[in-house]
Write a protein that binds this ligand. Sequence first.
Ligand code: NDP
Length: 234
Amino acid sequence: MPRSVFVTGATRGIGLAVARALAADGDHVAVGYRSGEPPEDLFGVPCEVTDQSSVDAAFERIAAEQGPVEVLVANAGITRDTLLLRMDDKAFDEVLDTNLRGVFRTVRAAASGMLAARRGRIVLLSSALGFLGSPGQTNYAATKTALLGFARSLAWELGSRQITVNVVAPGIIDTDMTQALSERRMADTMRMTPLGRPGTVDEVAAAVRFLASEQASYITGAVLPVGGGIGMGL
Ligand code: NDP
C-alpha cells in the first residue's frame, strides 16, 4: 500500500533526493516548498516551516490529496554562519526558528494523525557538525544537537503506538548548502573523513528511506550517521 509521505524543504538537495527515493518505491510523496517551483513530476505543497498557519495548511492539503501523513521527513534547514562575537540576534533566531521550531511545528502537526492511525515514521535531518562542533556555526550546531533530545523524548511519547522517531546525521554532502564552504574548510573536513570525499544526496536518501521503511520497525530514537566516517564513535 502506498503511504502518504511529506518531506519539508524538498525542492532541491537532500530533501528532493529523499522525495524521489520514496516516490520510486511507490509512496505518495508531497514535496514542501517555500520558494521557486516544485518539480513538475512531484506533488508540491507550499510549506514555510517558520509559519504555523502555513504548516497547518500544508497538512490539510496533503490529507485531502493523499491521506494523513504517515511518513514525515523534517528536512528543511538553513545556515547563517559567523563567529559568535559577530552573530546578531537575527542570525541566531532565524536558524533556531527554521531548524528547531520548524521541526517542532511540522512534527506536532504530523503526530496527531499518526497517533490515530497507530503507525508512523518520523525522520529528522540533523548533522555530524552538531556532534563535532564547528567554528562559525554555534547557532546551526546547537539546533542540530537539539534534534537528538527532541527525537528521543518523542520516541518515548509515541512508541506505544508503534510510531518511530529517528535522526539522520549527514557529514559533508554535496548540495547548495555546502557550496559556500571555503576550499580550505572543505580540505580540513575531508581530512577528518575516512572515506575522503563529500557524500551525495542519494547516499543520504538511502539512509532516510531505510529508517522510513517497514524493515526499520524496531528502530527508534537512533542516530544514523551518513558522513563517510566523520566523527565516528561520538
Ligand atoms: P539546501 O540548502 O540545499 O536545501 C534546503 C531546503 O530547505 C530548500 O528546499 C529550502 O527552500 C528549504 N528551506 C529552508 N528554510 C525553509 C523554511 N523556513 N521553510 C521551508 N523550507 C525551507 O540544504 P541541504 O539539502 O544541504 O540540507 C537539507 C537538510 O540536511 C538541512 O536540514 C541541513 O541542515 C541538513 N544537512 C545538510 C548537510 C550538507 O552537507 N548539505 C550536512 C548535514 C545536515 P528554499 O529553496 O526556498 O530555500
